[in-house]
Design a binder for this molecule. Structure first.
Ligand SMILES: Cc1ncc(C[n+]2csc(CCOP(=O)(O)OP(=O)(O)O)c2C)c(N)n1
Ligand code: SF4
Length: 276
């Protein structure tokens, strides 16, 4: 049997994976290795950090330098890795719960600092691993195991949150839009500064089953039928955009990173101490 060119990026001894058949996590993982391959990154200079959750299990399967850390603390660990080893391309991956609920504080501050790393949020609108509790991205009115009559809260818009917090590259995709997903991950990997990629992915086992879309394909159809590109969205009214998923690259700007400023400070201090 022909072994895929991309197989080297996976820890074969860890397979099969733990995800439910059809879970979008595997699609995002494949898109990521496709992006790394197309960018020609040196795997020995790629560090991937995750927290805890179904999506956070990616670090077990990806054959790079990886850290599977604590729930909600992946961004903090990733920050540490980047400061200690600036030559590494640091990627933080995790679920909407991990990155925006318990880890929300770390997320906004990494964006504010323009920490030079890529943050990939696997947004399945729910806590998958622990049984389908609602998360900060569960849409208003949707069912979760802790919102059996429908969620009464409004959800975070991850893209707007990242932009407002100071991230300098922000994009959104879905597991249905595979090629676009690979492209935006590539751009995030190339970007110097805080890069956020939100990917809408299917947890049909919980979110889908509770909300009348119990098969993986139903959620993929949902992503297909309800996504609009930024260009198209610009020509639509607020009413037309209601409940739509706007996909594409929202922002790509340049700003000094935390590391730029920190290393300048170190150099200045060293120069001063030599003079003394
Ligand atoms: C400090 C702490 N609190 C709570 C948990 C339980 N816990 C594990 S994963 C998880 C949520 C997972 O949801 P998400 O991050 O969205 O990832 P998904 O499983 O949906 O991919 C929770 C609450 C934990 N492991 N540690
Ligand atoms: S519970 Fe949901 S997120 Fe977790 S592996 Fe199954 S489908 Fe994926």
């Amino acid at each position: 049997m022909a072994v895929s060119r991309l197989a080297k990026y996976l820890r074969q001894d860890r397979l099969p994976h733990v995800w439910c058949p059809g879970c979008g996590n595997g699609v995002v993982m494949k898109a990521f290795i496709d992006a790394v391959d197309r960018e020609g990154l040196d795997p020995d200079r790629v560090a991937i950090v995750s927290g805890i959750g179904c999506s956070s299990r990616v670090t077990g399967y990806l054959n790079f330098s990886t850290m599977h850390t604590l729930h909600g603390r992946a961004v903090a660990f990733g920050t540490g890795v980047k400061l200690a080893r600036p030559e590494f391309n640091v990627i933080v991956m995790g679920g909407d719960g991990d990155m925006l609920a318990i880890g929300g504080n770390h997320f906004v501050h990494a964006c504010r600092r323009n920490m030079d790393m890529t943050m990939i949020v696997f947004n399945n609108n729910i806590y998958g691993m622990t049984g389908g509790q609602y998360s900060p991205t569960t849409p208003f009115g949707k069912i979760a195991s802790t919102a059996v009559k429908g969620n009464v809260e409004d959800s975070f818009d991850i893209v707007q949150m990242a932009i407002t917090s100071g991230a300098t590259f922000v994009a959104r995709s879905t597991v249905y839009h595979y090629n676009q997903m690979v492209r935006v991950i590539q751009k995030a990997l190339e970007h110097k500064g805080a890069a956020v990629v939100e990917i809408l992915t299917n947890c049909h086992t919980y979110f889908g089953r509770y909300n009348a879309m119990p098969e993986a394909t139903r959620l993929l159809e949902f992503f297909k039928n309800n996504s609009v590109t930024i260009e198209k969205a610009k020509k639509m009214t607020d009413e037309e955009l209601k409940d739509k998923i706007v996909i594409g690259e929202f922002i790509s700007t340049k700003r000094e990173t935390y590391l730029d400023r920190y290393s300048r400070l170190i150099k200045q201090n060293l120069a001063m101490s030599h003079k003394e």
